[in-house]
Write a protein that binds this ligand. Sequence first.
Ligand code: C2O
Length: 544
Amino acid sequence: ARTRRYTFNVTMATVTRLCVTKSIPTVNGRFPGPKVVVREGDRLIVQVHNNINSNVTFHWHGVRQLLSGWADGPSYITQCPIRPGQSYAYDFRIVGQRGTLWWHAHFSWLRATLYGPLVILPPRGVPYPFPKPDREVPLMIGEWFNADPEAVIKQALQTGGGPNVSDAYTFNGLPGPTYNCSAGDTFKLRVTPGRTYMLRIVNAALNDELFFGVANHTLTVVQADASYVKPFAATTLVISPGQTMDVLLTAAANPSSPAFAIAVAPYTNTVGTFDNTTAVAALEYAPQASLRSLPLPALPLYNDTGAVANFSANFRSLASAQYPASVPRAVDRKFFFAVGLGADPCQSRVNGTCQGPNGTRFRASMNNVSFTMPKTSLLQAHYQRRYSGVLTANFPAVPPMPFNYTGTTPNNTFVMHGTRVVPLSFNTTVEVVLQDTSILGAESHPLHLHGYDFYVVGTGFGNYDANNDTARYNLVDPVQRNTISVPTAGWVAIRFVADNPGVWIMHCHLDVHLSWGLAMAWLVNDGPLPNQKLPPPPADIPKC
Ligand code: C2O
């Protein structure tokens, strides 16, 4: 194992997409940002210098941060933001993880342009448990806003309505030929017949779950969220924001066309509030003069929840002798979180015209608590045991008022507010059932847990039924992930062992829902042994 050092200079840079030229926050002037490559077991030190006129933090999405919570990055959770002109070094080890993860800013909506791949190679000399690909290609799918994304969310929070949708999806920062004024900005993957390529796919979009396909090519899924899976073939992938997927693609020996479309389209149940364009990159066997008429993959209809469920059912962890699944069979604490939208009354002191549902302002919540971002770092407060005025340890284990979650919306859609956490003793085995509610519309929510991978032991449509559904859990080879979508009008059950002391946010990875408060945090206490305690903060940790 070695130490790998990177420097992130956060600077504004001028970028043109869709014929719109603007100045955007970048890392080292690049959009998307640089690829970070490490090996499992390495120590990674990323020195960040903030040279923009905004606060910033960076999150290493999916990295477990065992005993290194100070490096996790979500602003006001594990650190105060890095202010303009300040620096902070993220210093952590990659322990027991390999595959594709990614990094992104974790302050407001800055991750719209501040993101990049984090590739974790196996320890030297250790092969993949699948045939070695001829080439590996990171493929980051993002969103481009002609407007300033910060202005977009600010306006949405002020008016109480939904934010403007983005103007394009991008592949490695490039929108491609289906958008006006963009044919020259197409990501091209040049392939050789018969060779095998591993696409390291990341959904870095802010607010869209995506269908993904490559015309005339079958994909073999080998890894998800940096955990091996039993390989399976698919023509369409479903990738939620935050999730990563490594897939093998073998170039045809005799391709029927000199080039094919690599395409994404949104999966959503919120008609009319999304960019419904199919965005493409090019899989080229030979360079093409025009990319306008590439053969397209047949992607499902935008609201095809059945296709999503069928795809998700394929995931099984490898669970081999070399890579066993250690699924908790018994549970110490069981939680039931109702996840969905809600509302706040219109406050004229904020804005006279509330554009949310029935003249209210949109919010989102878990167990009807909409998360209030604190003004100081929760981890710092926890380390100093100074909780008063910062957080309360009363996040409800079950909804305050059970109802028919997939039925009609209750009369009162107003949410409660607070910075509420669930304290856990070290090594508690936790089960969480995440239940979608149909309040203001059933919707899929990609829930991301910081500091842990979890096993996805069960999922289904309708209301979770403890008597029957629990008996059908997969405790043999469930997939291990860090982000899982709570299905539209359905539920998903996850299990993890709270063996990583610190404060860990769990939130919807649709940024608009996070901004509306769809988050909570686990406060995992130290264990009795010296190597089970959160170390002191680094000397350069930013102050609030
Ligand atoms: Cu990728 Cu808290 O996020």
